[in-house]
Design a protein around this ligand. Structure first.
Ligand SMILES: Cc1cc2nc3c(=O)[nH]c(=O)nc-3n(C[C@H](O)[C@H](O)[C@H](O)COP(=O)(O)OP(=O)(O)OC[C@H]3O[C@@H](n4cnc5c(N)ncnc54)[C@H](O)[C@@H]3O)c2cc1C
Length: 468
């Protein structure tokens, strides 16, 4: 939707806007759009909402609606509802979509178990956003196509946002939904190879850096686009995503108390997976069950063990939680078995004149890998060293988590300061809280966090506005 569309549909003049409590959401990725939906559905009294993002469009989330539309989400339909208390909402939306029903007839009467392309999910989110907006004649929404570069506290409990617009008003509530930063977390092609590198490869050769879902995504897109050359995946740890089960794996977790030491927790989970296997269930069920315990386990670990987890276990954990639909996993296995794609473990370094420097695991020397194309598919943590997040931290409105993976936040996304206090009216939603809340980069977790934060906004400013 265009910017003007939303603004003119809702704006009844500057005088009216200035009288309303103001809420800013920084970032229109999935977290930002989800937060907007949750606010419109939860906060019952009028407010003015301003959505900042340099991208000019409004969709179901900038990254999710990317032009690379063939990409399949790796979460099943049944886990992607944006309606709190109605887990079937996305499935119902798909069932009511004649075009989709015609294209996927085999799944009728329900689509709960299937995986859909990202752009379909984005359409669903955007439609729920539009419906929520249409149902609120009492609020105004303004879309601003500029990055926010700094935040300051002003006039007591209010916030001033700095962007290229010098006339930004003061906000009562500011929600950070800046995720992975200003550029989308897509695989990006590194600068074109020097001609010399192209002459050095006997057969077309592409290098993919990383080992998560994005690597597989990029590999399959290359193949779908007709690329027949050699592909080398360079990964530091070498753990590629595991497979989903054919149907959803219901969560399963031992009833006994989970140990508190990291090493014992790993043993405990391994034993649970073995037991599940013996009982005809799957390790995937145990991983799904673990998600319900992950936050309390993470909170209880001492900082030293959190670092150990991050260094040695995170890549394994990610490869077991971010799983591939079976069909994609089978294609990946086929690629590796054929030798057309090779996985190499080690450290990729800088790009030289004739290729990419690489040190294989266990080796003491660098080698140069020649390739005419290199795609960086590594998943980076949110960058705290941006002007906006630096200003937030410097003014002691938030602080990094223990591992500096993001901001220290509680379940509702409120940034936590060193003394345990929180600044009223500030929230950080989604992957920004990844160092405090495991799995907060995933849709189901972002949805519930957004509704919890919206409840807080409602309670703080409009105590009588909550609907029962
Ligand atoms: C390829 C892909 C596949 C995915 N698959 C799944 C899946 O299968 N299951 C699942 O649960 N989740 C999936 N996700 C969701 C994903 O895991 C992310 O957690 C989610 O996209 C995070 O959204 P976000 O809005 O927090 O961050 P982002 O998508 O990074 O969006 C952040 C937005 O903030 C804007 N921004 C940043 N800084 C500023 C600033 N200073 N001022 C203004 N705007 C700013 C950026 O321009 C951007 O639009 C997928 C995401 C992608 C990209």
């Amino acid at each position: 939707m265009t910017v003007q569309g939303i603004f003119s549909a809702r704006s009844n003049g500057a005088a009216r806007i200035s009288a309303l409590p103001r809420i800013a959401i920084i970032g229109r990725g999935f977290s930002g759009m989800m937060m907007a939906i949750a606010l419109m559905k939860t906060v019952r009294t009028p407010f003015h909402l301003q959505l900042f993002d340099p991208s000019s469009s409004v969709s179901g989330g900038q990254a999710l609606s990317s032009s690379r539309s063939s990409t399949i989400l790796n979460t099943r339909v049944r886990d992607l509802s944006v309606e709190v208390g109605d887990a079937d909402d996305f499935n119902e939306w798909l069932c009511s979509n004649a075009e989709f029903r015609a294209a996927v007839p085999a799944a009728i009467p329900g689509f709960r178990q299937i995986f859909v392309p990202r752009e379909i999910f984005s359409d669903y989110v955007y439609q729920r956003f539009s419906e929520a907006l249409a149902g609120r004649k009492d609020i105004t929404v303004q879309v601003c196509n500029e990055p926010v570069v700094a935040i300051r506290k002003s006039h007591g409990d209010r916030f001033l946002l700095e962007s290229t617009n010098p006339a930004n008003p003061l906000f009562d509530t500011v929600i950070f939904a800046t995720g992975y930063g200003l550029s989308f977390p897509e695989a990006s092609e590194m600068e074109p190879s020097p001609i010399r590198a192209q002459r050095l490869v006997a057969r077309p050769h592409t290098v993919l850096l990383g080992s998560g879902i994005r690597v597989v995504d990029q590999l399959l897109q290359l193949r779908d686009g007709g690329y027949t050359g050699q592909v080398t995946i360079l990964s530091r740890r070498g753990f590629l995503p595991q497979s989903h089960t054919p149907n959803s794996a219901d969560p399963l977790f031992p009833a006994e108390a989970v140990p508190s030491d990291l090493r014992d927790i790993v043993r405990f989970i391994r034993a649970a997976c073995r037991e599940a296997d013996e009982q005809g269930r799957s390790w995937q069920s145990v991983m799904n069950g673990l998600r319900k315990h992950a936050r309390s386990l993470w909170r209880s670990l001492p900082a030293r063990q959190k670092h150990q987890f991050n260094r040695h276990l995170r890549a394994i954990y990610d490869s077991h939680r971010n799983r591939l639909p079976e069909a994609m996993h089978a294609r990946l296995r086929g690629e590796l078995a054929s030798g057309n794609t090779v996985l190499r473990r080690g450290m990729a370094g800088r790009r030289g004149l004739s290729g990419l420097f690489f040190r294989a695991a266990g080796s003491a020397v660098d080698e140069v890998i020649h390739a005419e194309r290199v795609f960086d598919c590594r998943c980076k943590a949110p960058n705290l060293d941006t002007p906006l997040l630096r200003s937030l931290i410097e003014q002691e409105l938030a602080q990094p988590d223990e591992l500096a993976l993001g901001l220290a936040v509680n379940q509702r996304g409120q940034p936590c300061l060193e003394d345990g206090s929180m600044v009223d009216g500030l929230f950080a939603i989604g992957p920004l809280g990844l160092g405090s809340l495991p799995d907060i980069d995933l849709v189901p977790e972002i949805v519930s966090q957004a509704y919890m934060a919206a409840e807080m906004v409602g309670e703080r400013f409009y105590p009588k506005s909550k609907v029962g």
